[in-house]
Design a protein around this ligand. Structure first.
Ligand SMILES: [Zn+2]
Length: 349
């Protein structure tokens, strides 16, 4: 996160272009260029009309002539896309585009620009977006640039830790397949380290799961600073190597995915939350065809129910989507048996 306390909105606005933002959201290729304007479907209300949204590449302004009936500058665009305040939008832009926080600090501020952020949490919106949803292991990180591959590996992880074997009931094969284990030292000390790979199979982060129930104020999951989970789908690199005719199972958490793997079904990915980011949606689109089948199986709680409706609606635009509902509230994929998993993926349940 940025260290800037006071943000000079004009400096941020001047430093980014609408074209960069369309690229950031992965929609630039849907736009057609005519002179200094770009025309395409509106990314804000997710319209389909290819001329409803126009961008001036020289003025860096945009306008939606359809549902939004609205226009604005680059920062306005971020506030609409992220449903956040202008202050939060500026901070996101600084992070996404690696802008120099010092240069973006308001010149008339009364504070040292390097002072740790203090005013940021107030900007957190109440509306749910993929970037802001409170999820296991997420600090509300915005979507942005790709996570770079890690240059190190955590070694000496304890594979047969009782938490994994007894409490989570994972088999030794699954523990080894996912490369997880108890970490005694370092940034993931006293946690179960879970490597997260990008779609190419490169390790981009370790998530650290607290062993057991964490005390008040300690997060269940810890992710390294700067890591953007919205850029990755856990286990996607391996799920895509499974046969194309098998459905892709989408679950929420690391352990859901590992349990499903334990049950013998390997074409499974975890959102690391209950919402689907636009980058995750794009990752699924790139790795499916119009014949592909996707099963959305989130936790049977309020967040899961809300998430699966949205996800099903978005994915059904390019593949077949089935939503799995559990018969009882508070049920999670972790509670399933081998037979139940098999029935679900074969469409008998
Ligand atoms: Zn619109």
């Amino acid at each position: 996160m940025s260290k800037t306390k006071f943000v000079d909105f004009r400096a941020v606005k001047a430093a980014i272009t609408m074209e960069q933002l369309l690229q950031h959201y992965g929609v630039l290729d849907q736009f057609k260029r005519t002179g200094d304007s770009l025309n395409g479907p509106c990314p804000i209300h997710k319209g389909s009309n290819p001329t409803q949204f126009r961008v001036s590449t020289t003025k860096n302004l945009w306008n939606c002539f359809s549902d939004c009936e609205h226009g604005g500058n680059t920062l306005d665009f971020i506030t609409k896309m992220e449903k956040c305040s202008i202050h939060a939008a500026a901070l996101k832009a600084i992070e996404w585009f690696n802008l120099d926080p010092e240069a973006m600090a308001a010149s008339d501020d009364k504070a040292e620009p390097a002072e740790p952020k203090a005013s940021v949490p107030a900007a957190k919106p109440a509306t749910k977006t993929a970037a802001n949803e409170e999820n296991p292991g997420d600090g509300g990180r915005p979507q942005g640039l790709p996570n770079p591959p890690l240059k190190f590996r955590l070694d000496k992880l304890e594979r047969n830790h009782p938490y994994l074997v007894e409490q989570r009931g994972l088999t030794p094969e699954t523990i080894v397949d996912f490369g997880i284990g108890y970490c005694a030292k370092g940034m993931m000390a006293d946690r179960i380290a879970i490597p997260i790979h990008n779609v190419k199979g490169e390790v981009v982060a370790y998530a650290g799961r607290f062993v057991g129930e964490p005390p008040e104020g300690t997060p269940k999951y810890k992710l390294p600073p700067g890591f953007r989970k919205s850029q990755e789908l856990f286990n996607l690199d391996r799920a895509i190597k499974e046969p194309a005719d098998k459905p892709l199972l989408i679950v929420e958490g690391f352990f859901d995915a590992m349990k499903i793997h334990d049950h013998g079904y390997r074409k499974v990915v975890a959102l690391m939350g209950s919402t689907l980011s636009s980058v995750q949606e794009e990752l699924i689109r790139q790795n499916t065809t119009s014949d592909s089948q996707v099963i959305v199986m989130l936790d049977e709680n309020e967040a899961g129910k809300a998430g699966r409706e949205d996800i099903a609606c978005r994915l059904s635009k390019f593949c077949f989507v089935r939503v799995h509902q559990f018969p009882r509230p508070d049920m999670e994929p972790e509670h399933l048996t081998d037979e139940e998993v098999a029935d679900i993926v074969e469409g008998h349940q």
